[in-house]
Structures are given as structure tokens and as C-alpha cells.
Design a protein around this ligand. Structure first.
Ligand code: AMP
Length: 414
């Protein structure tokens, strides 16, 4: 079912959102992007005359009640954002009465789903190596179904708008959908937008297509790098990965972050890029620091000649030019992961150069997708989020979707 075609009037809608927002030590929200992201869906249901049961996880309470991760902390912020009162159900698995009493236009927020291990469906307190693990896993899967069935019993219709967890087959993101008819389950607007943005990158490719992968390690990005190799014209690998490649090519990387057990992998990526005709762009110079600190002394050096006691912290001027040259003419752009330790203001230059080039290409008609926690933090830090085509709310989900994997959260309602 399509959300625009559904008549929510008089219906109770249970909506899975991703309200896993960052909180400071006093429980104040430091970034409400995720709440704002879900508003179009939530407001649409209320405006139609439906009532809302909102469910989400927060943090990693590992199947136990933990006030630190209570959604009660964000109830008022949700109420403010929606412009209406929000009731709170302190136990998500015992909220039948509260749900049943909801009138059209009313809102109920359920307590953190992950206070129950059934949400994630993984057995707790038992090691994978334990011979009893398989039986425990099977039992937990059954309990997960019961938990999902309970959640489903609160509502007439299920909407999944939590892209951030769409790559997980959890009770509230996927299993619950089994308890609704095809006509009574659907994606929310945020999910639809995210899925469309990935589709733009994967199937509707305007060339040249340039992907920029940064961040700290090759090992966590290898799946997506391999998948992209079949699609892109230019592949920029930057950030901490740079030094694994530099070392693999025989360079001295000093104290830079470097995965010494991934040198063969780096060489293999270079070989594959050549075979597939992909223009692999690696940084040639870097800003090295003599400490992992914003106030470190710095020097510009070749990524292959970094002195002992120094570490590559950001892309150097020559690298930035190489990156920009591969980005500005592009018509499709994907950016995941910063080019340096952008959290330190003195090492944002490489990431900034990438962001500026993406904005320029976007102004020239490119479709640009920025996604995955840290690159989103980057464009936000530079105030450029509204100058790229799409900023994804998904980290792992986005990467898995781009790897070509079917997301369980999407498959469950489709
Ligand atoms: P990831 O989670 O793998 O996308 O990595 C993001 C992190 O990579 C950010 O916290 C950056 O500070 C870090 N990073 C980027 N470049 C470097 C570098 N040259 N050395 C150490 N960390 C880096």
C-alpha cells in the first residue's frame, strides 16, 4: 500500500520511527534531525483523522530496562514537534489499554522497544559457541513473533518510517508486518524518500558517477567498495584508508591509522579498479600531525613519506585538487565518510574541499547523495546540507542498500 492512498480516518496507526536521537548528560536532545525526519508521516496520519502509536528504539539497552535510554526523555520534544499532546506508555509490550483508548488525533509514544530482547530477537546471556545457542536462538525467534504480534494488536495499520533500522529484521521493523494485510502496511514518507534516493544512485545513473568513500578503515567499507566498483566511473578512497593503501604500495606512513592486515586487500582493490576501468583516486599528500589532537603541530607531506611520530590527519592540497577534479564534472555522486579527522577543526579542510566540489557539481545538475553518520555530520558542520541533493538519515541501512542488499524493513511491507 502507498501512504498517500491510505485512508487513516478513524484508524489506529502504529508507526515505527527512528527516534534514536543523541542526548547530552542531562537527557536533552542535541540533534533532533531524526524527529523532524518522521514528521511528514506522523502529521499526515493525524491530519487524516487517524490516531498514532509511535514506537522506536533508543541506544543499546541490550534487552533490559535502563532509564538512560528511556523515550520518556523525548516525549515533550515529540509533542512540541507535532504540536499536540503525547501520552506515554511506560511498557511497550503492555500498552493495549492505552492504545485502545486513543481517539482520532491522539498520540501515544511507546517506551523503548529494545528494553525487550525480543525486539532484536537475539538470545541474551549465552555465547554463540555454547552448544545450547541454536536452541536459545530458536526459542527467541518464537518469542520475537509473540512480541511483534502484541505490538501489531494495538493498531489497524502499520507504517515503517525508520530507515536507520531498515537493514535489521527486528520485531518492530519487519516481523510485525506479518500480522497486517497487504493493504494495511506501508512505508512512510521518509522511507520512500530514502529508497528513491538509493534507487537514483543504483539504477538511474547519470554519468560520470563519482563515489567518495572515506572514514577510518577499509575493512568496514569493503562490501560497498566492491559493489561500487561495478557501477562508478571514479572512486575516491580517502580518510584513514589512505594510509593502508600507501603502506601497501611500499610507503612509510609513520604513526598513521593503518590496517596492516589489509595490505593485500588494498592491492586487490587497486587491481580490480584497473581491470574494471574505474578511475581510482587516492590521496597523494596529507596534512600530518605530531599528535592526535586539534592542536598538533602539522606539516604537509607525501602519504608515502610520513615521518615516525607523525600521522596523516587530513588530505593535503594536492589530494584535494585530485578529488575535486573527479567530483566537479560528475553527474551522480555518493559521499560516505570524511577525508580526515573532521571532528578537529584544524583537520576539516579535505572534507570541506569534497563538500564544496559536491555543491558545485550539484549546482551544475548532478544528483548528490550524502549518507552515513559522519559525512552527514560534515555537511551539517559546513552548513551545506541543503546544497546537496539528498542527505540520508541511514548509516548502516544506506550502505547495505547501496551494496545491493534487500533491506528487511522495506521487503516486509512491499
Ligand atoms: P567511519 O565511521 O569509518 O566512517 O569513520 C569516520 C571516522 O574516521 C571519523 O571519526 C574520522 O575522524 C575518522 N578519520 C578520518 N580520517 C582519519 C585519519 N586520517 N586518521 C584517523 N581517523 C580518521
Amino acid at each position: 500500500m502507498n501512504i498517500d492512498d491510505y485512508k487513516f480516518a478513524g484508524k489506529k496507526a502504529i508507526v515505527r520511527v527512528d527516534f534514536n536521537v543523541p542526548l547530552d548528560e542531562n537527557g536533552n536532545i542535541t540533534d533532533d534531525t531524526r524527529i523532524r525526519g518522521a514528521l511528514p508521516t506522523l502529521k499526515k496520519i493525524l491530519a487524516d483523522g487517524g490516531s498514532l502509536i509511535i514506537m522506536s528504539h533508543m541506544g543499546k539497552p541490550k534487552g533490559k530496562v535502563n532509564p538512560k535510554f528511556s523515550l520518556a526523555q523525548i516525549k515533550d520534544a515529540v509533542a512540541n514537534a507535532l504540536g499536540t499532546d503525547v501520552k506515554f506508555a511506560p511498557d511497550c509490550a503492555n500498552a493495549a489499554e492505552a492504545a485502545a483508548s486513543l481517539k482520532p488525533g491522539e498520540v501515544l509514544l511507546l517506551e523503548n522497544l529494545r528494553f525487550y530482547p525480543e525486539e532484536e530477537g537475539k538470545p541474551v546471556g549465552i555465547d554463540k559457541a555454547d552448544p545450547a545457542y541454536e536452541a536459545a536462538k530458536k526459542e527467541m525467534k518464537e518469542r520475537q513473533k509473540e512480541f511483534a504480534k502484541t505490538l501489531a494488536s494495538y493498531a489497524d495499520v502499520y507504517v515503517n518510517d525508520a530507515f536507520g533500522t531498515a537493514h535489521r529484521k527486528h520485531a518492530s521493523t519487519a516481523v510485525i508486518a506479518d500480522y497486517f494485510d497487504k493493504e494495511d502496511k506501508m512505508l512512510g514518507y521518509l522511507m520512500e524518500k530514502e529508497v528513491k534516493a538509493v534507487d537514483n544512485i543504483l539504477s538511474d545513473i547519470k554519468r560520470p558517477f563519482t563515489a567518495i568513500m572515506g572514514g577510518s578503515k577499509v575493512s568496514t567499507k569493503i562490501g560497498i567498495i566492491e559493489n561500487l566498483m561495478d557501477k562508478v566511473d571514479n572512486l575516491i578512497l580517502c580518510g584513514g584508508m589512505t594510509y593502508t593503501f600507501a603502506k601497501a604500495m611500499g610507503g612509510n606512513v609513520g604513526d598513521s591509522i593503518c590496517e596492516t592486515d589489509k595490505l593485500d586487500l588494498a592491492l586487490d582493490i587497486m587491481k580490480k579498479a584497473k581491470e574494471k576501468g574505474v578511475n581510482l583516486v587516492l590521496g597523494t599528500d596529507c596534512i600530518a600531525g605530531n599528535a592526535f589532537s586539534n592542536d598538533a603541530d602539522t606539516q604537509i607531506c607525501s602519504v608515502k613519506e610520513i615521518p615516525e611520530g607523525w600521522e596523516g590527519m587530513d588530505a593535503g592540497p594536492e589530494s584535494r585538487k585530485l578529488f575535486a577534479a573527479a567530483i566537479t564534472p560528475a553527474k551522480t555522486i555518493l559521499w560516505n565518510g570524511p577525508a580526515g579527522v573532521f571532528e578537529f577543526d584544524n583537520f576539516t579542510g579535505g572534507s570541506r574541499a569534497i563538500a564544496d566540489a559536491i555543491v558545485e557539481a550539484t549546482n551544475n545538475g548532478a544528483f548528490s547523495l550524502v549518507g552515513g553518520g559522519d559525512s552527514v555530520a560534515c555537511v551539517n558542520k559546513f552548513g551545506l546540507a541543503d546544497q546537496v541533493s539528498y542527505v540520508s538519515t541511514g548509516g548502516g541501512a544506506l550502505l547495505e542498500a547501496i551494496e545491493g542488499k534487500i533491506l528487511p524493513g522495506v521487503a516486509a511491507v512491499k
